[in-house]
Write a protein that binds this ligand. Structure first.
Ligand SMILES: [Zn+2]
Length: 129
């Protein structure tokens, strides 16, 4: 199976940067990044310590259903380029371990896809499904 990794849609990210509302109906919180664990979900790069970041509630689904979870994410406050590749960003290898969970075309969790794997094996494990 071919794996393509993409950051969050650019149109959505730009709307949030322009003051649009997040999944909880709130404007994103603007903060300075502290530490090294601030991944931007658009470019899938790490937000450097001291850079401005946006913190918001995100739901990756377009409709409400029992598995339509909402969670906190970070975005660069500045413009960045959406990630799209068949390879993981290099820093994903530092997830020790990484939790993998797949969803079906109906957006429901597929529990048989759940795995705890070393970060540098995410693509290999995901390609088995
Ligand atoms: Zn970014």
């Amino acid at each position: 199976m071919e794996i393509i990794l993409r950051g969050i849609d650019t149109e959505y990210v730009e709307a949030i940067r322009d003051g649009g509302l997040d999944a909880n109906g709130q404007v994103a919180v603007r903060q300075l990044a502290v530490g090294t664990a601030n991944p931007c979900r658009h470019c899938l790069d790490l937000i450097a310590e001291g850079e401005q970041k946006l913190v918001l509630a995100y739901c990756p689904f377009t409709r409400i259903h029992p598995y339509a979870e909402v969670g906190p994410i970070f975005l660069h406050a500045k413009n960045c380029e959406r990630y799209e590749s068949d390879k993981l960003p290099g820093w994903f290898a530092f997830f020790q371990p990484a939790l993998m969970r797949g969803y079906g075309l109906d957006d429901w969790i597929r529990y048989e896809t759940g795995s705890v794997v070393p970060g540098d094996e995410l693509t290999v494990v995901a390609s088995k499904f």
